[in-house]
Design a protein around this ligand. Structure first.
Ligand code: HEM
Length: 115
């Protein structure tokens, strides 16, 4: 079974001497790949300690790239942290619903008080 690595742990590896990143809930140590990356060292460093899934997919990496990355996989996120490293839009929906609910309650309350 793959070693479980938390987001907090990944965040600690954001410097050039140790670069970890999350791609599709898996954790990669790309330190040794920095100066081999065809897309440049800086693009990888930009996502050091972070989730690079969106950036990785935006660039449309080849099957070769996906094969190469397997060599650098060191673990996977714990189940309760999967998919959370990318901004989860659904959480904003809840904030919006809570605010709308509060406003609706306020309106009803004011009407009731003004009687
Ligand atoms: C383990 C992670 C990664 C691996 C193994 C990897 C590997 C590669 C490989 C093999 C290429 C050559 C083209 C191809 O085969 O698709 C490439 C290109 C590229 N990569 Fe990555 N990559 C990784 C992560 C990232 C991330 C996080 C970014 C962030 C934006 C990135 C940005 C780029 C760019 C911009 C190119 C295009 C270079 C060009 O066409 O001039 N890569 N990468």
């Amino acid at each position: 079974m793959a070693r479980q690595i938390t987001i907090e742990e990944v965040k600690k590896h954001k410097r050039k001497n140790s670069v970890w990143m999350i791609i599709h809930d898996d954790v990669y140590d790309v330190t040794r790949f920095l100066n081999e990356h065809p897309g440049g060292e800086d693009t990888l460093l930009e996502y050091a300690g972070k989730d690079g899934t969106q950036a990785f997919e935006d660039v449309h990496h080849s099957e070769d790239a996906r094969e190469i990355m397997k060599k650098f996989k060191i673990g996977t996120l714990p189940p309760d942290q999967r998919n959370k490293s990318i901004v989860d839009c659904r959480s904003y929906t809840w904030v919006f619903l809570a605010l709308a609910g509060a406003i609706a309650l306020g309106v009803v309350w004011k009407k009731y008080l003004s009687k």
